[in-house]
Design a protein around this ligand. Structure first.
Ligand SMILES: Cc1ncc(COP(=O)(O)O)c(C=O)c1O
Length: 484
């Protein structure tokens, strides 16, 4: 192959593209029988990559073959239907096209004139996302890496705007009374991390108890806010869950919004997992109050089935973002531009250089249409209900939590009767199932008890793949777990 600078001739590049396309198509073969996990001991896997920095380049056709064997064919099976761990979506084929094209033009979406079309696409995607979840027409927002980054952004904006008069951006938090954030005990750990980063500290996050359905206990919340005020603390923000990571519980967002208004607090909603399900008519009532939030975090790499990364923070107007983030720098100044109306993302968000995440989301919306996504989200939810029904009807399983969304928490118990034995069996199962690799599932704790947690967020899942999950769990428990 011939190369000038770092580029190949057009004909050689075409050959490489063709080879890459063949690798892509290969990944979609026989998805039903894809392994969900390829178990290799860490040391063995690390040894494949144990090489010094290559000084001379290698043949790229051979390199692609190496990538196929070591990376693609060993990849954790997010594409296939047997992934149930964490919140892993299957990706869309249109996004694969978009990622290739976005990498080709290599746009920096941080400033408008560096990526004009990509910037307008990103603003449009934020508007479509807002319309999808019913957040309203008045919206401003930025695409970020994921739910953690979106929640960090929401809480940063909350802190900077809420304490604007105190000059917290320049003076920091020094000299301020401790100010308090409220969320349910089911809130995602990225909120703890965010508060650590923001200098607020996790001691000032009040994790309010939940009711039996894992939604926040509003009476306990109000009592805590009043107690904190009486003790000289400064309540400042309530976080509502629009779908918890453990069970998909949706807090009473309307009640939280009204309480936040009454108490003059910022209202942030973590909709990273469940936010996009607000677009379903069957669930609209559950999300009432979302439209009143000051800021909302959503994840398009969850229920819009986008490849990683694609999170989004939304607020009501651009001025809020600018007040939270704008910093003047001579080398970035575009005040002299003649074309007014341009909006620079770097003035409305922390990052300067940013990739163009919007293209894959925009192309997916256009290619499939909102209704196709709504259908797939509903299918995931129906399948989670189907799984819960199967578990409930099987004497060798026990159901621990159903969900309005697409999560089901349960345990395999076989013929065991003692709680400790059942708990140990399910802990053992996690590692045994990983080694087996036919399905991939992880666990969590509900009310202090360890349970298996299946999250169904993959448009390729069917009823028979859900049946297969239970079959494999039974099989692995019997063959690989001494406790069973
Ligand atoms: C409710 C909730 N919030 C935040 C996050 C973090 O999102 P990400 O993994 O995209 O950073 C998750 C991830 O599962 C989540 O379920």
């Amino acid at each position: 192959m011939t190369r000038s600078s770092l580029d190949f001739s057009a004909s050689d590049f075409r050959l490489l593209l063709d080879q890459a396309v063949a690798l892509v198509l290969d990944q979609f073969k026989d998805l039903d029988n894809h392994k969900a996990y390829h178990f290799f001991p860490q040391k063995e896997l690390a040894s494949w990559f144990d090489q010094p920095v290559p000084v001379k380049g290698m043949d790229v056709a051979k390199l692609l073959e190496e990538v196929k064997q070591q990376v693609l064919d060993t990849a954790t099976g997010n594409l296939g239907p047997h992934m149930y761990a964490y919140v892993m979506a299957g990706g869309t084929q249109v996004s694969i096209l978009a990622e290739l094209l976005a990498a080709t033009v290599n746009q920096n979406a941080g400033k408008w004139h560096l990526a004009p079309a990509m910037n307008e696409i990103e603003k449009r995607v934020v508007q479509w996302g807002s319309a999808m979840i019913g957040y309203g027409k008045e919206v401003a927002g930025v695409l970020v890496s994921g739910g953690s980054a979106a929640n960090l952004a929401g809480l940063t904006i909350a802190r900077n705007i809420f304490f604007e008069k105190q000059g917290v951006r320049t003076k920091g938090l020094f000299g301020m009374p401790p100010f308090i954030v409220y969320a349910s005990s089911e809130v995602h750990g990225c909120v703890d991390k965010s508060l650590e980063q923001l200098g607020i500290g996790t001691n000032n996050l009040r994790k309010i108890q939940t009711k039996s359905d894992f939604t926040m206990d509003l009476g306990a919340l109000e009592k805590q806010i009043n107690l904190d005020r009486a003790s000289g603390f400064l309540p400042f923000c309530i976080i509502g869950n629009a779908g918890t990571v453990n069970t998909g519980a949706i807090d009473d967002l309307e009640a939280l919004a009204l309480l936040a208004q009454k108490q003059e607090l910022w209202f942030h909603v973590d909709g990273a997992y469940g936010g996009l399900a607000a677009s379903l008519d069957t669930l609209k009532a559950k999300y009432k109050g979302l439209e009143l939030a000051d800021s909302v975090a959503v994840d398009f790499h969850k229920w819009l089935y986008q490849p990683f990364e694609a999170g989004c923070i939304m607020v009501k107007d651009w001025d809020t973002l600018r007040r939270a983030y704008f910093k003047k720098a001579d080398y970035l100044d575009t005040a002299f531009e003649r074309d007014k109306g341009r909006l620079d993302f770097n003035e409305h968000h922390f990052q300067l250089s940013r990739n163009a995440k919007g293209l894959k989301i925009w192309m997916s919306f256009k290619a499939y249409g909102l209704s196709a996504f709504q259908e797939m989200i509903q299918k995931d939810i129906d399948l989670a209900r189907y799984l819960a029904d199967q578990v409930e009807e099987s004497p060798d399983f026990e159901l621990h939590a159903r969900s309005d969304l697409a999560i089901c928490c349960f345990r395999y118990r076989g013929t065991l009767r003692e709680r400790e034995d059942i708990e140990q069996l399910n802990k053992d199962l996690i590692a045994a199932l990983e080694e087996d690799g036919r399905v991939f599932i992880t666990g969590t704790k509900l009310h202090g008890e360890f349970v298996l947690r299946a999250c169904l967020i993959n448009h390729r899942k069917q009823k028979h793949t859900v049946d297969y999950l239970l079959e494999v769990i039974r099989d692995v428990a019997k063959t690989s777990c001494t406790t069973s």
